[in-house]
Each structure stands twice: as C-alpha cells, then as structure tokens.
Design a protein around this ligand. Structure first.
Ligand code: FES
Ligand SMILES: [Fe+2]
Length: 350
C-alpha cells in the first residue's frame, strides 16, 4: 500500500516515551525505534541494526547513545555510528534516521525526506499544550484496521446514532443536515442541534443543562489529523461562541495497510479543575473507542482483508460525502508525492 511520507504523523504521546527506554513502533510498514537522549530530546531510527539486523529497540540508552544489545554497536540520534567495540567507527555504519519533533504533548515523526521536515507543518494543536491537567486526557489504541477507516468513522458522525446508541444517544446526528466543506487539503463537517436532551456522556456533569443547543464541528486534514469541537449551551443561546466546549483531537497513524495507531485527546473549557469529572470523561471516551468504534473498524477490515474499500465497490450514501472528499485529497497527495524520484529513493531505503 502507498502512504504519504512527507508529512507529520503522531508517533507517540510524550508521556509514553520514557527516558532510557527505547520504544519499538512501526509506522507506514517501517520498523522504528524511538528514544530520548540525555537532554530528553526524542530521536527516531530504523529499528534494525545495520550489522546483523537486530532490533535496536532491544538495546540500551546510555547518555545520548543507543547501543545494540547484540554485539554492541552504538548509534547517536542522527543515526551515525558512535561506537564500535570491535574496530574503527566508519561512516557506512550509520542507520537511517527520521525527523521527529515534540509538540502539543506528543512526538511527531516525518517518514519522508528529512530535509523537507518543516515543523511549521505540525498540526496546530496548541489547545493540548495549554489545557490544565484536570481538563485533559489522552490515549492510544492499536487497532487492526486501516487508518482511512478511522477517518471515515469520524467524518460521518451519524454512526454514533447506531453504534453508540446506548452509550451516547440514538437518533441524533442523522436527524439534522450536515454541512460539509473542503479545500485542497482539508474537509470539515458541522452538525447543529437545537433543544435536545444532553447526551449520556455529558448529562450528569455538574453545570450541564438538561436540554441544550449543540454544535459539533470536525475538521480533517491530510494524512489523518482531526479536531472536533463540541459546543453546547442552554436552549435558546443564539451564539454558541462562548459556550461550554470540548476540544477533541484524533490522529490516525498507519502502522501497516491494515493496522493503525489511533491517538485521541480531549480538553474542555469548563470544570477545568475537576479531577473526578476529568477521569469520568476520559474513561467514557476510552470505553467508546475501545468497545465500539475500534471493534467495528476491525470487523470492517476483516471483511476487506487486504483489499481496499474501492476494490469492493461500496454502496455510496449521502453521509459518505466528507469521508470520500478526504480520501480523494489524500490519494491526490500520495500520487503527487510518488511522482518525484526523491521519494522513490526513500521507499527503497526500507
Ligand atoms: S546486530 Fe547490532 S551489533 Fe550486531
Ligand atoms: Fe464513534
């Protein structure tokens, strides 16, 4: 399967990568080892020692050097060999490295041309940075489903009426018109509800009115970064711009063609010092994704096998508009990227 390589993917939440503990994770079919140097700065290398191909993630970090645990070659974060207990250090002992950058409580990886890795292209998720600890939660699910199925899932929230009927609320999103907009790089959807019952996830939180007006707005951009604002206020509040707001982040990073690292986070502008509410929100969201979304996507993938969605000629419904636009944008970016020979060289590297 082809992936977009010259873009940032979320590799891990910052909290997952501990000092002196190399982490093995596969992105875009490439085995990668992530580790922090003595200053805590993250690095990413191909998880394959150039000597006899032992995974470097089984190695140990000493200071700034990751040492292979098979015969002791040591590598710097740049990929250059830094020590060889068996002879001289030569330039050709290097291991490929990938650009990484830590921002927004996460570590981002660029799997393409390092020279093109521009940190200004990291998604603008500042909201995660500034969220108070008691108004923030994040998580990750590894799932045996293609990453675009995850984007489809979020770009059509009518699935909540059925898949989450007992955990959120039935008959909600499908009852209103969705506004879909797109540009060359983004797709957004918006659903507005008036005078409806607060859903199960929020109705028992302190200060949440029983009946509300609500706007859910999600924007996607390639390859699979999404931000979902859920604004709600007492019925009759005409302007929702100063309302209660959840800001939810979803990032899908392909592990392989049929598996995904699904990252999610949530922050809010109310009950910002309520650790109990924070815990409750985090648990309900995780349960939703773990017990309902991910199993359904894995079941879809099981039906697809190694075939793409289009190969099975799916029925098209109006609700698929946003998801299809996102798939087209991503496909166009991949096609464009593959037209350049430089990226073909990168593909051959692994
Ligand atoms: S396999 Fe790494 S040093 Fe031999
Ligand atoms: Fe869902």
């Amino acid at each position: 399967m082809s992936f977009l390589r010259n873009c940032w993917y979320m590799a891990t939440w910052s909290s997952e990568l501990e000092p002196a503990a190399p982490m093995a994770r596969k992105f875009l079919d490439v085995p990668v080892v992530l580790f922090r140097d003595s200053d805590g700065v993250p690095h990413a290398l191909l998880d394959r020692c150039p000597h006899r191909f032992a995974p470097l993630s089984k190695g140990v970090v000493n200071g700034d050097i990751l040492t292979c645990n098979y015969h002791g070659l040591g590598f710097a974060g740049s990929g250059a060999c830094a020590s060889n207990p068996h002879g001289p250090v030569l330039r050709n002992m290097a291991v490929p490295s990938y650009a990484v950058h830590e921002a927004h409580r996460a570590i981002w990886i660029w799997m393409g041309d390092q020279d093109a890795a521009d940190i200004s292209l990291i998604p603008d998720f500042d909201v995660l940075e500034v969220a108070p600890d008691n108004a923030f939660s994040c998580g990750r699910i590894h799932s045996n489903g293609n990453y675009e199925l995850f984007s489809d899932n979020l770009l059509d929230l009518t699935h909540a009426d059925y898949l989450h009927a007992n955990t959120v609320m039935g008959a909600q999103f499908a009852t209103v018109e969705v506004k879909v907009k797109s540009t060359d790089d983004t797709v957004s959807i918006e659903y507005c509800f008036f005078d409806q019952e607060a859903n199960i996830l929020i109705k028992d939180l302190p200060g949440v009115p029983g009946r509300i007006d609500q706007r859910s707005h999600l924007s996607w951009h390639a390859p699979g970064h999404m931000i979902l604002y859920i604004d709600f206020a007492p019925v009759g509040t005409n302007d929702l711009s100063n309302s209660l707001r959840f800001t939810n982040i979803h990032c899908v990073t392909p592990e392989t063609a049929t598996s995904t690292h699904y990252f999610f986070a949530s922050s809010r502008n109310f009950l910002t010092d309520d650790a109990v509410a924070n815990q409750k929100i985090a648990e309900s969201r995780l349960a939703l994704f773990e017990n309902e979304d991910a199993p359904m996507i894995e079941a879809q993938q099981a039906q697809l096998g190694t075939r793409t969605l289009w190969e099975l000629n799916p029925l098209s419904l109006k609700i698929d508009d946003a998801g299809v636009r996102a798939r087209r944008i991503l496909a166009a970016h991949i096609k464009e990227e593959q037209a350049t020979s430089k990226n073909k060289d990168i593909l051959q590297l692994v």
